[in-house]
Design a protein around this ligand. Sequence first.
Ligand code: FNR
Length: 380
Amino acid sequence: YEIYLNGMTGAVPRLPTDLSRLEELTERRLGPGPVGYVAGSAGDGSTARANRAALERRRIVPRMLRDVHERDLSVEVLGRSLPAPVALAPVGVLSIMHPGAEPAAARAAAAQGVPFVLSSASSTPMEEVAAAMGDAERWFQLYWSKDREVARSFLGRARAAGFSVLVVTLDTPLLAWRPRDLDRAYLPFLHGVGTANYFTDPAFRAGLARPVQEDPNAAVMHFVNLFSDPGNTWPDLAFLREHWDGPIVLKGVLHPDDARLAADAGMDGVVVSNHGGRQVAGSVAAADALPRVAAAVGDRLTVLFDSGVRSGDDVFKALALGARAVLLGRPYVYGLGLDGQPGVEHVIRCLLAELDLTLALSGHAGPATVGPADLEETTG
Ligand code: FNR
C-alpha cells in the first residue's frame, strides 16, 4: 500500500505501476539483445499473444456490499502457508539483466515473503542463492539432465541448500525455435552464462574430458547436450520420487490427461504453463488449459499457473479459473533489469497491492472465496 498511499501525497514511484510497461522501458535501457531473449517467444509469438488474449477475454463480474473491510491474501500451498498466492517463476541467466542476478531477485522475493523458484540454468550457483535468502522459502526448478548422475547431484545439492519444493519442467526437452534469438545468434547459455550450477557440479565435471577452465567451449557444449532429456517418459518420474523427499510439482502441463498421469504418478502438483509462449508456437493458451486441468485434478493435486500474468487482476482471474497460486515471469525480470533488487520488490508490491484491491472491489476478503462465478467469458 505504500506506493498507493504515497501517490496520494504526490510521491512519484521510481518505476511505472502498470507492469505491462516495463518491457519497453527495459529495452530502451538495456538494448535489444537481452530483452529480445527475455521477451522472445516461440515462432511468430502467437502463443504469447494467445496467453494475453485468453486472460483478457475473461472479465471479472464484481459483487457489491460484501464485507471486505478486513482482508487476507494468504493461502496454503503444498503444505506451506504463503502470504499471497504468488511466487517468482524460474528464469534462467538473470545476469544478462543485472549484475546482482539471481541473488538480487531472490532477496527481493525473501523481503516480500513470496517463494523464489531458482532455475537450473541460473547464472549463480544454487548454494550462493540460498545463502542470500536466509530462511526464506525457496523452490528449485530442475531441468532433468540426460546424465542421471548430474540430476541426482542437483537434487542432493538443492536439498542441502534448503530448497523445499522441486519444480520439474517438462516442456523443455529441447529448446524451441525462437526467431528473436536465432536471428541475433543470442543464446546466453551458449555463451556460458546460465551454466553456473553445472560448472560447479562434481558429477558434471566428471563428464568432461578437460577441466572447464582449460576448455570452456567444450564444457558449454557438454551442457547443451545433457541439460535436458527428450527420452524421458512418465515411468521415469519414479527416479525423482526416489531422490526427492519433498513436494514435487510438474511444470508445463496443459492437457488434462497429463495432469491425471501426474496425479497417478504420485506427484504433488502441476503448473499449468506454456513457458510464457516460449516453447510451442500455436499452443493452447495457458489460461484456456487451466480450468480443464483444474476440473480433472483439482481435488488430487495443487494446481499452479503461469504464462501471461501482468497484473493483479490477472492473478484474480487465474484463481477464479482454478489455480491455487501463480508464478510471475517476465515482469519481475524487467524489474530486475531496471533497478535490481528494489526493482523486483517494486514489481511484487505493485502486483500484490493490485490483487488486494481487485479482490476487495470484486467483493472478496481473500483468495479462498474466488471461483468460476466471478468471471464471464466474452467472445471479443
Ligand atoms: C523462462 N522460463 C523458464 N522456466 C523454467 O522452468 N526454467 C527456466 O530456466 C526458464 N527460463 C526462462 C527464461 C526467460 C527469459 C523467460 C521469460 C522464461 C519460463 C518461466 O518460468 C515461466 O513459465 C514464464 O516466464 C511465464 O510466463 P510470463 O509470466 O513470462 O508470461
